[in-house]
Write a protein that binds this ligand. Structure first.
Ligand SMILES: *[C@@H]1O[C@H](CO)[C@@H](O)[C@H](O)[C@H]1NC(C)=O
Ligand SMILES: *[C@@H]1O[C@H](CO)[C@@H](O)[C@H](O)[C@H]1NC(C)=O
Ligand SMILES: CC(=O)N[C@H]1CO[C@H](CO)[C@@H](O)[C@@H]1O
Length: 295
């Protein structure tokens, strides 16, 4: 039996106001609205391109979705107060014929140990960092923004990415409380990218970023029935990510399909002057086309 928080008529009710199945776009286009918990990137970009909905609609819908489940699941630590304005700006760019990249107008959540230079906090779940500001976005976030993503908010996590103690509770942080898994009440979400796994599973955003030192992407992704990619150390920059181990830390995507996770990886991977490990990317730093590696 599905818990009550797995339900989905939100995008249609936000856009059409009545939960209708079909939405109308430009020039007589009709779209079937995607279910947020299994929407693929092509469903979302298709709707944006055909004018069936806007990035503002998506942000409103995902915020409503977060509102609907977060009291029970505590997957999201905070939402970006500027998300709607950013989405409106990206909608205007699209209307003017310009798209920044594959994630243009697409909402993404980021684990709260990855710093963002905006109004949001960067706590890693600890009150010790509440109010701490950074001089710039962490590079993976900067790359997401450059590709047009809307940074929708920060996800809850095992505090300090599970390195608070030898036997810390998965998914618990003092700032965000206890993350619960999406499939039955009080399910252990595993950690430490617990909120990121739950958020991707339940469609609280298109996808999310997590971090791994020792299992923290793959374990919560497994538990959430999502696709988590733990990149080789050095493929994604760790600059302005709360550190645990120089030799093991890595930032990677959690999404609902291999293709969508690969799309996010291809955006966030690459050399960065602030993390010397990224200079070891083979092939002169030229990344393979991950989306072509399908068969
Ligand atoms: C950041 O934390 C401060 C202190 O708790 C809080 O007042 C503020 O609302 C937080 N920022 C956001 C965007 O939630
Ligand atoms: C956690 O570790 C501490 C210190 O090693 C130990 O005293 C405590 O019993 C452990 N708690 C659990 C629940 O295993
Ligand atoms: C966005 C959101 O719902 N934030 C919540 C995160 O968890 C803390 C503690 O449970 C709540 O106080 C916040 O409202």
């Amino acid at each position: 039996m599905r818990p009550s928080y797995i339900r989905d008529a939100l995008l249609a009710s936000v856009v059409a106001g009545n939960g209708a199945m079909a939405l109308s776009g430009r020039n007589g286009t009709t779209c079937t609205y995607p279910k947020l918990y299994d929407a693929k990137l092509e469903d979302l970009t298709g709707g944006l391109e055909s004018g069936c909905f806007t990035s503002v609609d998506l942000v409103k819908t995902y915020l409503a979705r977060i509102d609907e489940v977060n009291d029970q699941l505590h997957a999201v630590l905070e939402v970006n107060p500027d998300a709607l304005d950013i989405a409106a700006q990206l909608d205007a760019e699209r209307a003017a014929g310009h798209t920044r990249g594959p994630l243009h107008g697409i909402p993404i959540l980021v684990k709260d140990n990855i710093a963002t230079c905006d109004k949001m906090n960067n706590t890693a779940g600890s009150y010790a960092l509440l109010g701490a500001k950074v001089p710039r976005d962490s590079p993976t976030v900067a790359k997401l923004r450059a590709a047009g993503a809307v940074i929708l908010g920060k996800t809850n996590l095992s505090q300090w990415a599970q390195y608070r103690s030898n036997n810390g509770t998965s998914g618990w942080s003092s700032v965000g409380g206890q993350v619960y898994g999406p499939y039955y009440p009080h399910e252990d979400p595993y950690g430490s990218s617990s909120g990121s796994g739950v958020a991707s599973a339940l469609g609280l955003a298109f996808a999310s970023l997590g971090t791994e030192t020792h299992g923290s992407i793959v374990m919560p992704s497994n538990r959430a029935h999502c696709v988590g990619i733990k990149p080789s150390v050095g493929l994604t920059s760790r600059y302005l990510v709360v550190p645990i181990s120089l030799h093991q830390d890595t930032v990677g995507p959690i999404a609902r399909s291999v293709r969508d996770a690969a799309t996010v990886l291809s955006v966030i991977a690459g050399a960065d002057e602030y993390d010397s490990y990224t200079s070891a990317i083979p092939n002169g730093g030229v990344l393979p086309d991950y989306l072509r590696a399908r068969q």
